[in-house]
Design a protein around this ligand. Structure first.
Ligand code: GRF
Length: 222
């Protein structure tokens, strides 16, 4: 793919800091990846007007939109409006990069097979919040991050790829979070590219991958 127009459009949803968004935008910059990343972020949507990640999108010249969930009577109404907003961009994929909302079944089904999330644990261990605290409390020796297709059960969709880090004896929540975040920043762009190119796909509830890309679905950091 040699022209910007040939790259597949994706929409990224955020709620906060936006470091995974930055990793995606950096990867999507022309020439940043070999083979070509093949994906273009066409819009960043936040449910919070004060999300620092919106500034990151602007830095990269990507249009931003805010849809506040506080302005809707319920989850269904918000998700329906969000789906309509996303659809105006006709994205090939929708990426949740720190989007802190539980999504309705209708929303998830609308984007089935095209909706990816990054979660800071080795799922199915430690779904939900405070995953690093949960990992330290459980005494696990290995922790990490997961990119998965989104299903209507929170943090439970079919797993695309995982990256692992060793838990060190002197780790606290912050030090562990930092190493896991570095893994997320590698894993998420990689998965987005693989799914966008059709090297990885969802068939009913199963993740399928072309055999030659299988090694890219596991990342072992030190
Ligand atoms: C990441 O750890 C992500 O896995 C989780 O929320 C955090 C968002 O961080 N869902 P950032 O906004 O991408 O910096």
């Amino acid at each position: 793919m040699s022209t910007a127009d040939a790259r597949l459009p994706i929409v990224v949803l955020i709620s906060g800091r936006g470091s995974n968004l930055r990793a995606l935008l950096a990867a999507a910059q022309a020439g940043a990846w070999e083979p070509t990343f093949g994906v273009r972020v066409v819009a960043v949507i936040s449910n919070r007007a004060d999300a620092p990640g919106l500034q990151i999108a602007r830095e990269f010249g990507v249009p931003t939109q805010v849809l506040s969930h506080f302005e809707f009577a319920g989850r269904e109404a918000f998700d329906a409006a969000l789906a309509s907003m996303i659809d105006t961009h006709s994205p090939h994929l929708v990426v949740l990069a720190g989007f802190m909302r539980v999504l309705t079944r209708a929303f998830v089904e609308h984007f089935a097979g095209r909706l990816l999330n990054v979660h800071p644990s080795l799922l199915p261990a430690f779904p939900g919040l405070a995953t690093h605290r949960q990992a330290l409390a459980a005494g696990v020796r290995v922790h990490g991050a997961t990119v998965h297709f989104v299903s209507s059960d929170v943090d439970a969709g079919p797993i695309i790829a995982q990256g692992a880090v060793a838990v060190r004896p002197d780790d606290d929540e912050e030090s562990l979070a930092q190493r896991v975040l570095a893994v997320e920043h590698q894993l998420l762009p990689r998965c987005v590219a693989l799914v966008a190119r059709g090297d990885v796909w969802l068939d009913r509830d199963q993740v399928c991958a072309r055999p030659e890309v299988a090694p890219q679905l596991v990342l072992l950091a030190s």
